[in-house]
Design a protein around this ligand. Sequence first.
Ligand SMILES: N[C@@H](CCC(=O)N[C@@H](CS)C(=O)NCC(=O)O)C(=O)O
Length: 320
Amino acid sequence: MFSSPLLYHAEGSFYSQRARLGFEEKGIGYRKQLVNIHVGEQTEPWFIRLNPHGEVPVMEHNKRIIIDSEAILDYLDQIVPEAPRFTPDPSTDEGAKVKHFKILFKSVMIELITFGTMLHPEIESGKKLLTSAQVQTKFGIAVKRMQKYAAKSPEMRGIYEGKIARTQTRLSKMLDLETCMNSIHHLEEVLVEVEEELSKVSFQESTGEAPWLCSRNFTIADIYLSTILHRLVAVGLDQRYFSGRKRPHLEAYYQRVLKRRSFRRACGSSNSKFWSWVYPYFVFKFKHSVPSLVGIGILGLAVFAAYRYTDKFQMIRDKF
Ligand SMILES: N[C@@H](CCC(=O)N[C@@H](CS)C(=O)NCC(=O)O)C(=O)O
């Protein structure tokens, strides 16, 4: 039908999860390339040339580069229009609802919530993926790397300076407890509304048909909601927001999501430390050690050839 798209992504990345879920929902075969955002691979010049924002996910298809998870989902909707649409016509009841919830979920500041739990002990969460010092080191390393690349490639200096400034602004927002608390409270309000909405649809469970947020189809509203809930589990905020019967409809919804094949394939490993931290680390190390391994090999061959075939080593050869 068409050539297989390539997705640059990171296993645990929130926005990559949305994109992968889009591919799985549409049943589109695709290739994946890991970008290790924990060690700053997204700031390397080859990636910045693909996406000057230096963010995953990025999709490459038929020589087109699509950046931003929402643009990727819209593109998938266009190339496979026969599957249920992620974004139905907003003039229909279903479409209007999807639009409303999409806007609502976009207002959730997931980065502030994610890193807020790590940076502020005041925000109680069941897990701390990183310590506050580790988060700050991670951002510090990313900035240093970008400064190095900016110095090396003057043609990309402006792009790097922009990203360095954005990174510093993001970190200072994350370090501000009040900003993070506002995001935590805003999410509470969002989920109150979602729980209310789900309470109207969950009765259909008795028919064995899983009703999703806006209709019987899994729309972009469900892609956004399911990945938000999955992230809350990852950072140990699910108890605060929905699990343990806190919000039973949301909890049941998340359980249904976990059973969905597409979700398991796209996000099943996202919250695993091994798949989102350890494995990408070794892939990155391997990729970056290949040039040195090749270099060592070439050097070895050159030394061997010189020893074997040149007069310079004749005396040594004669001794053996
Ligand atoms: N609006 C973008 C946001 C992408 C984004 O923020 N990606 C994060 C990972 S979830 C990233 O690449 N962060 C690395 C960085 O900003 O340096 C989208 O929807 O794709």
